[in-house]
Every structure is written in C-alpha cells, then in structure tokens.
Ligand binder design. Sequence first.
Ligand SMILES: [Zn+2]
Ligand SMILES: [Zn+2]
Length: 235
Amino acid sequence: MRGLLGWQQAHHQLRKALPGYCAFCLAPAQIGQGWCSTCFTELPWNTRCCEQCAEPISQKAQRLCGRCLSEAPQITCTQTGFLYQSPIKELVHDFKFNASSRAGTLLAELMLTKRPSQLGAALLAVPMHSKRARERGFNQAQWLAEQLSQRTGLPLIHAKCHKLVVSQRTLNRRERAANLRGAFSLAGPLPKHVTLIDDVVTTGATGNALAAVARQAGAERVDMWAVARTPLGNS
Ligand SMILES: [Zn+2]
Ligand SMILES: [Zn+2]
C-alpha cells in the first residue's frame, strides 16, 4: 500500500513538472500557459469583493466591505485574483513549503492574468524575518515580487522585517496592529504610488502595517497585489 501511495505521489509530482500539460489535470495546456481552459475557468476566482481589502462581499452594488467603510485601511486597492481555496491552496502550499519553483511560476503567471490596472512606480514585497526565511529557505513574497518585477518592468523596493510575527487570526484588529508595531522598516523616499506583493492576504493586518510604513517613507498611495484572499467572515 505504502509503495503504491509513494508511486502515486511521485507520479503526481511528475505530472506537475511536465511542460505542456495543465498543472491541475492531465489535459494538454493552452499554448504558453500552465493550465487548460476548463481548469482556468473553474479556479476559485475572487470576483465579487471589497475594492480596498478584497474581502468577498455578497452585495453586487457594494464597492467596499463594512469593515473598510467603518475604518479605512492604509491600502487603497487590493487585488487578489483568487480565494484561498483548492486548487490554489495546494499550489501555494507546494510553493511555500516544498519550495516548488514550478508552483511559484504558475502562481506568478496566474497573478498576471489579473494584473491591477494601476501598479504605481515600484513593487515592494512583504518582507520576512530572517529567522523564518532561514527556516523556510526563501521568502515566497520576495520570490513572487522578483518574477512580477521582471514581467512588469517595475523596480523592487526592499523592506526589512524586525519581528517574528506569529499567527494573527485569533487576535482582534487592535491586537493585530499592536503585534505589528515596529515590525517593518524601509529606506525612503518612496515613489508616490507603490504596490505591495504577498502570496496570501489573511487578515490584511500585515499589509496595512507595511503600507503605514511606506506612507511614512513618502508613498501617497499603497496598493496590494497578492495571489489569494482568505475570507475573514465575521472574525
Ligand atoms: Zn486542466
Ligand atoms: Zn474591505
């Protein structure tokens, strides 16, 4: 049984590594892309969401979610093409924890299919604490930002992370902000409009903390461009 499972896993990895075939199924991929048109259509697109934080919203006419209406975030626009659900979730996991460059390239390509109409003058990856980067071997946001910088021609600005931030899901908004105080620094002056790059937006607190630092360093508008959004619901 174990042998068979191992073989299936190996086969699965091999399948994902084959150029010319869809990363999500065995069908031939569309020319120049890593997916077939059927899988692409069925991906968990985050189509109806808040302009500022990308939280899914149910009302079609609504532009902003209740949270952003009651307290405007530091980020002007968040673009996350997908919800953090299968198969995007597995792809992000493969990229992040197995350091799969194939998965990373696919994610960057998928991000580019929903490129924000305005990106500003530079990209800025959400930085990772050096201890975590050492443990993981790389910073996934930085890796994506480098790919997107090459594809868009926009320069990359580097920020530093000074705090090892633990999961923030159980914290409320104020606690998250306190947890992130003093976490980031960067050298200014920044261009007037910059776009932050991350893999997954969960609470939005990290992006907001970095956006606040970017604003202090001279940016007047800060946007976020990430792969996916974890819906917050009522938390
Ligand atoms: Zn497919
Ligand atoms: Zn919102």
